[in-house]
Design a protein. Structure first.
Length: 309
C-alpha cells in the first residue's frame, strides 16, 4: 500500500513538472513602428550618445526590409537585439540583417520603454518606407499603404507590413532562451503624412479618412480594435520649395489632430515642430532621439489610461 502511494506521489510530481515545462511561457510587450522616412530614420550612428550606442540586450526588434511596391521581398526580416543601424539603408533577406550607418526613433523608444516597464520584455516590429504615402495617387516610386492597391501583382506597402508582422509573429522564441514567447500587442506608433501633403489638395483632404482606415486595419491585424495609437505630427523644415517643403502640410496636420481628438485610444506627439533638420525632409540625430522618448511616454500614458477603471 505504502509503495502504491509513493508511486502515485512520484508520478503526480513528474506529471506536474512536465506540465509546468509545457505551459511555461514569457509575456512580451509588442509595439509596431510604421510610416515613412522620419520613422525609417536618418539619424547618424556616429552622433549617438554612449547610452544608445551599445546593443540593448533586453529589447528585441524585427525590422522588415523596406522596398517599393510590386517587390515580393518587402517586409522580410529577422529578430535581433536592438542596436544602431536600423535606420535608412537597413536590409534583410529574412536570414541575415545588414545594418546601416543610420538610426531612427526605435533606439530611444526601446530604451525608454525598458525603463518604464523594468520587469517586462519589450519587442518591436518596424516597417517604414521612405517617401511612402497612404493614398495611392501620391505613391510615385516610393509606394503606398492603400489596402485596395492592385498594380501589376497587387503587392504594396500594406502587404510588406503584413509580411513583416507574419514573419515576426510566427517565431515562438524570439530571444532563443528555450522558453516560448507570447507577443502581446500593446501599441502602434505612426510617423507619416508628408508625402500625402506634397502633391494635390484633394489628396491632402482625404488624409483623415485614409489615416483612420489604415489605423483600423493595422489594429485588426493585431486583433485589437482598441489598440493604442500614437501619431507623430508632421512638421516643415522650411528649407525647400521657397520656404515650404510640404505644400499642403497644414491639412495633414489638421487631419492628424482630428484623428486623435475623435479616437478614444490615440495620442499625438507635437514636439516635432521644435526639431532641427539634417536636410529639407529629415530630422537631425537629436530629433530622432527625442522623438523616440516622446513616443514611449505617450504610449505609456495611453496604456495606463486604458487599464484604469
Amino acid at each position: 500500500m505504502r509503495q502504491s502511494i509513493l508511486l502515485i506521489f512520484i508520478m503526480s510530481h513528474m506529471l506536474s513538472i512536465a506540465q509546468n515545462k509545457i505551459i511555461e511561457k514569457e509575456r512580451v510587450r509588442l509595439y509596431f513602428l510604421g510610416g515613412q522616412s522620419n520613422m525609417e530614420g536618418h539619424g547618424l550612428n556616429q552622433e549617438l550618445p554612449d547610452t544608445l550606442k551599445a546593443t540593448n540586450d533586453r529589447v528585441w526588434i524585427f525590422h522588415g526590409y523596406p522596398i517599393g511596391d510590386e517587390d515580393p521581398n518587402g517586409g522580410l526580416g529577422k529578430w535581433a537585439k536592438l542596436k544602431p543601424g536600423n535606420g535608412a539603408g537597413f536590409y534583410s533577406d529574412g536570414v541575415q540583417n545588414t545594418y546601416s550607418n543610420k538610426f531612427g526613433a526605435e533606439l530611444s523608444f526601446g530604451k525608454a520603454l525598458q525603463e518604464l516597464y523594468p520587469n517586462e520584455k519589450i519587442a518591436l516590429i518596424k516597417y517604414a518606407r521612405g517617401g511612402s504615402s497612404i493614398d495611392s495617387l501620391a505613391a510615385r516610386h516610393f509606394g503606398s499603404w492603400e489596402m485596395d492597391f492592385s498594380g501589376a501583382n497587387g503587392i504594396n506597402q500594406f502587404d510588406h507590413f503584413l509580411t513583416a508582422v507574419n514573419g515576426a509573429m510566427t517565431v515562438r522564441d524570439i530571444d532563443k532562451n528555450g522558453i516560448e514567447d507570447v507577443l502581446v500587442p500593446c501599441g502602434i506608433i505612426w510617423m507619416q503624412g508628408e508625402s500625402d501633403g506634397v502633391l494635390t489638395k484633394d489628396i491632402a483632404l482625404r488624409y483623415y479618412f485614409n489615416l483612420k482606415r489604415l489605423m483600423d486595419l493595422i489594429r485588426a491585424t493585431f486583433r485589437d480594435d482598441d489598440l493604442p495609437v500614437v501619431i507623430g505630427k508632421i512638421s516643415d523644415s522650411g528649407l525647400d520649395n521657397n520656404g515650404k517643403t510640404w505644400r499642403y502640410g497644414e491639412l495633414i496636420q489638421d487631419a492628424q489632430e482630428v484623428y486623435v481628438r475623435k479616437d478614444g485610444n490615440a495620442a499625438i506627439v507635437r514636439n516635432t515642430k521644435n526639431y532641427q533638420y539634417s536636410d529639407p525632409w529629415h530630422y537631425d540625430s537629436n530629433g530622432y532621439i527625442d522623438l523616440g522618448i516622446k513616443f514611449a511616454e505617450a504610449i505609456y500614458s495611453l496604456d495606463k489610461a486604458k487599464q484604469s477603471p
